[in-house]
Design a protein around this ligand. Sequence first.
Ligand code: SF4
Ligand code: SF4
Length: 338
Amino acid sequence: MHPVLKKNYGAWSWHDRPRPGVLHHVAKSGDEIWTVRAGTQRQMDLFTIRLLMDIADEFAEGYVRFTIRSNIEFMVSEESKVQPLIDKLTEHGFPIGGTGNSVSMISHTQGWLHCDIPGTDASGAVKALMDELIEEYTKEEMPNRVRMTTSCCQINCGGQGDIAINIQHTKPPRIDHDQVANVCERPTVVARCPVAAIRPAMVNGKPSLEIDEKKCICCGACFPPCPPMQINDPEHSKFAIWVGGKNSNARSKPTFHKLVAAGIPNNPPRWPEVSAVVKQILNAYKEDAKDWERIGEWAERIGWSRFFEKTGLPFTKYHIDNWRGGRANLNASAHIRF
Ligand code: SF4
Ligand code: SF4
């Protein structure tokens, strides 16, 4: 932690933002500190990390921290150090921004690099999208802050967001029956399914598993304990976009996001179809929302039917479900009750 932050911990008087990407905090003691926030590509190679650390040593008193959205922040205790630091970061292609009413970096799950079940590369989709939204990152021109998330499966570590992007499998797993007995602990796999769709079965004289496809909700939970239950599919695993999630209590209660677009192709390395839908939503929000309305508040005020009109997204019966009936219609399992 920067010494000025340590010394004045919990004793701050006021703060402001001299420009997008720069925070200025003044402590009760009179000490001041400037924080410069820059965007990174999150999954970083060693050379980029060393470059950022060299910049910190030379221009930022040797201190950095990362935000939850993978922004890097450099802190300096003199105002005169701010511009040289910004110039150096800009020279190396790190955009300055992500504060206030901007589209900040997208928080995302691990993707192909670390996890064993991803249906796509969340960090790759983030990089592709932020390349197109860089103007919205470096300026603060949205009605309120926009916080996006991406997740590479639909069941584990994704989060709520003003706009949330995740992957949905749309077909049940295909089972490689020759492998099941060697690789999978069948009771573990049976217990893993949230809707009790998996049963032990003998196939071609070997112990294996079978799926009741009418029950299967294509969640992908059976794949980690049993890789022969392959569910990821280049054609049938699709992107979905959800809108209006919010964690904070500011202005209105926290809300769940709602599904507004599904069946979008999983199209690496640039996912252009995903970027197009996100930009449609952001453009409509920027144009139509009142000052300080988050995306969900805007949609609630104008009504969800108008949301679809203004964004130009097609509306189907699967959209904007609030899961009020979920307890009855999703809970098909005999062994899980909640
Ligand atoms: S969202 Fe799913 S696939 Fe992605 S890192 Fe988390 S658990 Fe793994
Ligand atoms: S765990 Fe999910 S994907 Fe696997 S069978 Fe059950 S519902 Fe289908």
